[in-house]
Design a protein around this ligand. Structure first.
Ligand SMILES: [Zn+2]
Length: 246
């Protein structure tokens, strides 16, 4: 399950530790989602500082919860070339990782999410590049299949899912394929990309061929359900997957 800090991080240490214990007892793995309001390649310095603070606050809460990774929407191009943004993104994530080390926040990986809008930093290539740059144990790519479906290419068949997975494996090795973290939901979109998330039953994109692709290649990791019916659809996804694994 994903602990959503998307509208801000306001979880006290004692409550976080309590929730972390409850998750452990019930054999539920946790990850976190950082606030939406950040931008690692913001044009203004104060916005970069605010971004770093949001990421650090999420990382601290994640450590109390025993959760990892913390999933981040990296930022927006704001009409600039991707290469110009990349430099700023590198700098900002570097500062976050340095400060996490200084504050002894360990065991928490930064997760760069594949974003759903064409105006947002975070294509498949960009998030894999970040993991290559920092090392996957510090910063891992988070494939959001619904976002990919909305932003890049419609997903329908097992082979289309396999094409994404094999790029990840080719560039990041088995660290990328045996312990991945991903998001799944249905999605409604326009030419600019994502509009809003839909239940799994929308089949836009379909989940079953992805489960099939994972099984066939021995891929393993955590899949977070981000449908509007989070809990029910998480169970439906698990059932679909288990039917294939047997
Ligand atoms: Zn997200």
């Amino acid at each position: 399950m994903e602990v959503e800090f998307v509208h801000g991080v306001n979880l006290k240490e004692d409550k976080a530790r309590e929730a972390g214990e409850a998750a452990k007892k019930n054999d539920v793995l946790l990850s976190c989602h950082a606030p939406y309001y950040l931008n690692c390649c913001a044009k203004e310095k104060p916005k970069i500082y605010a971004t770093i603070n949001y990421i650090l606050a999420t990382a601290q809460a994640a450590q109390w919860l025993g959760a990892s990774p913390i999933v981040i929407h990296t930022g927006f191009y704001m009409e600039r070339p991707a290469s110009e943004c990349k430099k700023l993104v590198y700098e900002t994530y570097e500062k976050c990782l340095d400060e996490m080390e200084a504050r002894k926040i360990r065991g928490v990986v930064l997760g760069a999410e594949l974003t759903g809008k064409k105006s947002a930093y975070g294509s498949l290539d960009e998030i894999i590049d970040l993991a290559e740059h920092f090392g996957i144990k510090r910063l891992a790519p988070v494939i959001d299949y619904a976002h990919y479906h909305a932003r890049e290419k419609r997903l329908k068949t097992k082979d289309e899912y396999l094409a994404i997975l094999s790029v990840v494996e080719k560039r990041l090795g088995s660290d990328g394929s045996k312990n991945f973290h991903c998001h799944f939901s249905g999605i409604e979109f326009t030419d600019k990309g994502e509009r809003n998330h839909l239940p799994i039953a929308s089949d836009s994109p379909p989940f079953a061929p992805l489960a099939e692709a994972w099984k066939e290649n021995g891929w393993a990791g955590k899949a977070i359900c981000e449908s509007p019916e989070i809990e029910k659809d998480a169970v439906r996804m698990q059932e679909t997957y288990r039917k294939r694994v047997g």
